[in-house]
Design a protein around this ligand. Sequence first.
Ligand SMILES: Cc1ncc(COP(=O)(O)O)c(C=O)c1O
Length: 396
Amino acid sequence: MNSPEPHNYLMQTCQRPPQCFVAGQGSWLEDQQGRRLLDFTQGWAVNSLGHSPQAVVQALCTQAAQLINPGPGLYNAPALALAARLCQATGFDQAYFLNSGAEANEGAIKLARKWGQLHKPGAWRIVTLQHSFHGRTLATMAASGKPAFATLFEPKPDGFDKVPLNDLPALAACLGHEHVAVLLEPVQGEAGVRLADPRYLQGVARLCRERQALLILDEVQTGMGRCGALLAAQHYGIQADILTLGKGLGGGVPLAALLARNAACCFAPGEQGGTYHGNPLMCAVGLAVLEQLLSDGFLAQVRERAAQLQEGLTQLAERFALGQPRGLGLLQALPLPAGNAAELAHQAQQHGLLVNAAQPDVLRFSPALNVTAHEVELALGCLEKALHSLALGNTL
Ligand SMILES: Cc1ncc(COP(=O)(O)O)c(C=O)c1O
């Protein structure tokens, strides 16, 4: 009897290209046949320093040899150091470490509800945004405004009221005595890189203060230098009460963080936990990544590469009659009015570039934050060839 193909043993939870990837270095990813792709997805924006960067490899090896996981009930040096460094760099008072962005957002929802029990009796609901994405646990799916989630896996936890992005009057009409918080992304990454307007976000922060509600920012995708500042919130000049980080914080390994200001730090012992939370192996990596991001000139380089990428995308958009590119830092999107993002992503891959169709009509770019000027140039060249192929109706 023939044994099944290896991929038949993996649940088919998404459509994957057929090849298997075996190595990665910086901006380059290599498959089993030795074919190299220029990776402008970086694991959906997790590899902030590219594939297998020295800083991450070294932190993993050194920490693994020393102490992997004493358990969340004991202090460990990397967790203490990362908490202190992150709080000092972001202006928050305390941090808690988890394994994924969804888990961090679950933690933020719990923290806000606990705060409500203490300071706003009877309030437990949270206002979130249409088309937002906060993760794939049941509560974070319920919090998300992704249309495809609306009827999936019912019943989901109650308590999330959705309003449109950049519509302050709609938020003002919604936010009431029953709400403990507003939860939103400064840039909606999964929705196709949709930016909050600065005046809108500043208005949201003001409304939260006036109506005694917490402001929770989900910076799982936008944080850790992705948008050209350590936090996207810094571009907007706002300070949240609670903020979540994930993806880029671990530079490719599972690490997320829940940050809060003192007034919102209200978990009592036993109310939040997880077997792997704050383990030294992941926290050592987080610390190594953070040190790189905070090193002299690093974020300035991110902004320079972002300007180069956006300029190149703008030129391509003009030549091929596409939509106006948009983004913040190295989270960029190219709108495709023809709705052929998946086809273009496929063509780009044939020409050597890995990009992500975040929406049917949006191509998303999230290269390594240390991508070089030459690699950005190469990526734009691959994309141009892919656009030509599509325009000519060639399918490689
Ligand atoms: C804004 C935002 N929040 C939360 C998540 C969920 O993170 P994770 O997949 O690590 O659970 C994502 C993932 O794409 C995200 O973009």
